[in-house]
Design a binder for this molecule. Structure first.
Ligand code: G6P
Length: 611
C-alpha cells in the first residue's frame, strides 16, 4: 500500500503535498517523492529513499516551486525501496510524471512492448510502465491518453498524473484502489485518504472504479472509461483534522487507545434507537435470521481476530454455527457457502485485497453479504452497498497497529449476536434488554480500564528485554489473547504467541521455563477454575505471570499470578472488551520501552491492497 497526493490551485504546491504525505505516511514509508510543475512549464521531481524527513531534507537543499504537483509515499512491492524506485516516475522526456498505488499485473508485457518502441526504463517498478505508456498514447489531451491507457492496464491502480503540456490540469484515475478528490475555493486535491486534504477541504468525491477526474483551480470533472461525464455529489466529511491528529499524545496508537470509550459510544448509539426489538440497522429480516444455516466471518489480521470473537458470541447467543476465517485462506479453499448463509467481511480500511476477493467469492456463490467496515466510501463498503455495510464509527485510525477499530469491530460482533439472537428467539427479551443496557454503560467502564496505563508502563519497563511472551486464555479470553499477541509482535517486535490455555499442555508448555513471561486474560467466571489450574502449570515451570483480570474475580486470582491488572466488573460477554484495553496498552508500553517506532512498525502497512 502507498499514499498519493495531488494539488492544483493558487498556492505553492510543495508544502501542501508534503503536509498531505505526512498524513498518509501510515500507508507506506520506505521512500517518498514529489513532482511539481514550475512557472516555466518544467516538471521538477525530487525523491528520496527512507522516511519523509529525507525528502524534506532534499527539498530544503533543492526546493521546487509551482502551483500544481503530485506526491507519493511508498511501500515497496516491485523493486527495492530506493531513490530510483521511489515515485513519481516520468516518461523519457520528463514531461509526464505519475504516482501510482497497487499493482499493474501486465507490466512485464507492456514493458517489452514499450521497449520495442524505444522507451528506456530506469527503475524496476511496474509504475514506470504507465508513465511511458501515457507518453506513447498522448496526442494532445491527457484525459484521452489516460482513457486509452486504462484500456490496456490489467490489475489495480490509483494514479495521479501531471503533464507539462497541460499546466492548468491535474488528472487522476482509479481501479480497485482508493482515491478521493477534494474541492475547495480555487483549488482541488487528490489523495488516497481524506486526512491528507482535511486541513484544506472537507468536501470530497470518492471516485468509483475506472473513473477519471480532471482537476483544475476552477473545479473537478469526472468521466467514465468511455469519456462520458459522470455526476457526483460532494460528500461533506463529518470529522475534522483534530480527529486525525495526535492531540497531545506521544503517538497515534496511544491516542487511539484513549479514544475507545468514544468509539464504543459512537458505534452503539445508532444501533440503540427506535424499537429495540426491530433492529432496523441490521439488514437481515427476522425470517432470514430464523432460516440462517451458517455464518462465515472472514477478514485479515486484527479484523480476523474480531471475527474469532464474533464466532464465540454469535454462536453463544444466536445458536447458529459460525466459522471465522482468514481471508487469504478462505478465498482459495473452495469454500462451502451458499443461500441461507450469511457472509460477514470485517475490515477497518475496507480496502484489504484478500478480504475483498473472499467477499466476491461468497457473493458469487449466493450468500447474503454484510460488511463491518470503518471507512465510508471504501471499496468493500461500495461493493457491498451502504445498506449492507455496518459502519464502525471508530473515526480515522492512523496508527498502523489497529486498536479502536478492533474495539468497535468486537462491539459490532456483540450487537449482531444480540440482534440475531432476539430475532431467532434464542435469548429472552429481558436478557437482550439487560445486555443492551450493559452495552450502554461500557464506555464509562472503558474509561476506567484506561487507568491501568501507569501500572503497565512500570511493568513493561521490567519486562522490555523479554524475548518471548505467551498469551493465554480460554473462550473469549483466547480470542482476545490472539489479538494481544499480534499487537505485541507488531509494535515491539517481541516474539509472541497466543495459546488456548487448555492447549498449553499439548505442546507449547515445552517452551516454558524460568524467566518466560506469560500474560493471562481472565474475564470468564465459568472457566475460572480451569484457567487457574493452567496458571499453576505455568508457575510450576518458573514462568512469570501477568494476569489481566476482572475486579470481581481478583480474590481467586491473587496469589496465582505475579502481577494483577484489574479491569472493572462487567457482564461475561462484555468484560473482554474492557480487557482489550490493558492488553493494547501493554503492547504500546513495551514498544515504547524498547524504543520502537510505535506508529510505523517495520515492514507493515495500514491496509494491504495487494495479495
Ligand atoms: C494490515 C494491517 C492490520 C490489519 C489488516 C486488515 O495487515 O497492518 O493492522 O488488521 O491489514 O486490515 P483491514 O483494514 O481489512 O481491517
Amino acid at each position: 500500500m502507498c499514499g498519493i497526493v495531488g494539488y492544483i490551485g493558487s498556492q505553492q504546491a510543495c508544502p501542501i503535498l508534503m503536509e498531505g504525505l505526512g498524513r498518509l505516511s501510515y500507508r507506506g514509508y520506505d521512500s517518498a517523492g514529489v513532482a511539481v510543475l514550475d512557472a516555466a512549464g518544467h516538471i521538477n521531481v525530487r525523491k528520496a529513499k527512507g522516511r519523509l524527513e529525507n525528502l524534506a531534507g532534499l527539498l530544503e537543499q533543492s526546493p521546487v516551486a509551482g502551483l500544481s504537483g503530485i506526491g507519493h509515499t511508498r511501500w515497496a512491492t516491485h523493486g527495492e525501496p530506493s531513490d530510483l524506485n521511489a515515485h513519481p516516475h516520468t516518461d523519457l522526456k520528463g514531461g509526464i510524471s505519475i504516482v501510482h498505488n497497487v499493482i499493474i499485473e501486465n507490466h512485464e508485457s507492456l514493458r517489452r512492448h514499450l521497449q520495442n518502441q524505444g522507451c528506456v526504463f530506469v527503475s524496476q517498478t511496474d509504475t514506470e510502465v504507465v508513465a511511458h505508456l501515457l507518453s506513447v498514447l498522448y496526442e494532445g489531451d491527457m484525459r484521452d491518453a489516460l482513457i486509452k491507457a486504462m484500456g490496456m492496464l490489467e490489475g489495480s491502480y490509483a494514479l495521479g498524473v501531471l503533464c507539462d503540456a497541460e499546466p492548468g490540469r491535474l488528472l487522476c484515475a482509479r481501479h480497485e484502489s482508493p482515491l478521493v478528490v477534494g474541492a475547495a475555493n480555487g483549488a482541488a486535491f487528490i489523495a488516497s485518504d481524506i486526512p491528507a486534504m482535511l486541513s484544506h477541504t472537507r468536501d470530497v468525491i470518492f471516485l468509483q472504479d475506472k473513473e477519471i477526474a480532471v482537476l483544475s483551480a476552477d473545479g473537478i470533472e469526472v468521466f467514465d472509461q468511455l469519456g462520458e461525464a459522470r455526476r457526483h455529489e460532494l460528500y461533506h466529511v463529518a470529522w475534522d483534522l483534530s480527529s486525525a491528529e495526535k492531540g497531545g499524545y506521544a503517538h497515534y496508537m496511544l491516542k487511539e487507545i484513549h479514544e475507545q470509550p468514544q468509539a464504543l459510544q459512537s458505534t452503539f448509539t445508532p444501533r440503540n434507537v427506535g424499537d429495540p426489538h426491530e433492529y432496523r440497522w441490521l439488514p437481515v429480516t427476522p425470517e432470514e435470521a430464523k432460516r440462517l444455516r451458517k455464518i462465515s466471518v472472514v477478514a485479515c489480521g486484527t479484523a480476523y481476530h474480531a471475527g474469532v470473537f464474533g464466532k464465540y458470541v454469535i454462536e453463544k447467543l444466536a445458536r447458529v454455527p459460525v466459522t471465522a476465517d482468514i481471508a487469504s485462506e478462505y478465498r482459495y479453499r473452495d469454500p462451502i457457502i451458499g443461500e441461507e448463509e450469511l457472509f460477514i467481511a470485517v475490515s477497518q480500511s475496507g480496502e484489504t485485497a484478500d478480504t475483498l476477493a473472499a467477499l466476491r467469492e461468497a457473493k458469487r456463490r449466493g450468500a447474503k453479504i454484510l460488511a463491518v467496515c470503518n471507512v465510508v466510501g471504501s471499496t468493500i463498503a461500495r461493493e457491498v452497498g451502504d445498506t449492507n455495510t455496518l459502519y464502525t464509527y471508530a473515526g480515522p485510525e492512523i496508527a498502523v497497529a489497529s486498536t479502536k477499530a478492533y474495539m468497535t469491530q468486537v462491539e459490532m460482533m456483540l450487537l449482531i449476536a444480540l440482534a440475531l439472537a432476539d430475532m431467532r428467539g434464542t435469548i429472552a427479551p429481558e436478557e437482550a434488554e439487560r445486555l443492551r443496557h450493559e452495552l450502554a454503560g461500557l464506555p464509562a467502564k472503558a474509561e476506567k480500564a484506561l487507568l491501568t496505563e501507569e501500572k503497565l508502563q512500570w511493568f513493561s519497563s521490567t519486562a522490555s528485554q523479554k524475548k518471548h511472551v505467551f498469551f493465554v486464555g480460554r473462550g473469549l479470553d483466547f480470542a482476545l489473547s490472539m489479538e494481544a499477541a499480534l499487537k505485541l509482535k507488531e509494535v515491539s517486535y517481541v516474539f509472541s504467541e497466543a495459546y488456548a490455555a487448555g492447549e498449553l499442555k499439548h505442546g507449547p508448555i515445552a517452551l516454558l521455563q524460568e524467566g518466560r513471561l506469560v500474560v493471562a486474560t481472565i474475564t470468564q467466571p465459568s472457566l475460572l477454575d480451569k484457567t487457574l489450574s493452567n496458571l499453576r502449570e505455568i508457575k510450576a515451570r518458573g514462568a512469570r505471570i501477568l494476569a489481566v483480570c476482572r475486579e470481581d474475580l481478583q480474590d481467586r486470582v491473587v496469589g496465582e499470578a505475579d502481577e494483577l491488572i484489574l479491569i472493572p466488573a462487567a457482564d461475561d460477554l462484555l468484560a473482554p472488551l474492557l480487557a482489550v484495553i490493558p492488553l493494547q496498552l501493554f503492547a504500546y508500553c513495551m514498544a515504547v520501552a524498547r524504543g520502537c517506532d510505535v506508529d510505523k512498525p517495520r515492514n507493515l502497512a495500514k491496509s494491504v491492497t495487494v495479495e
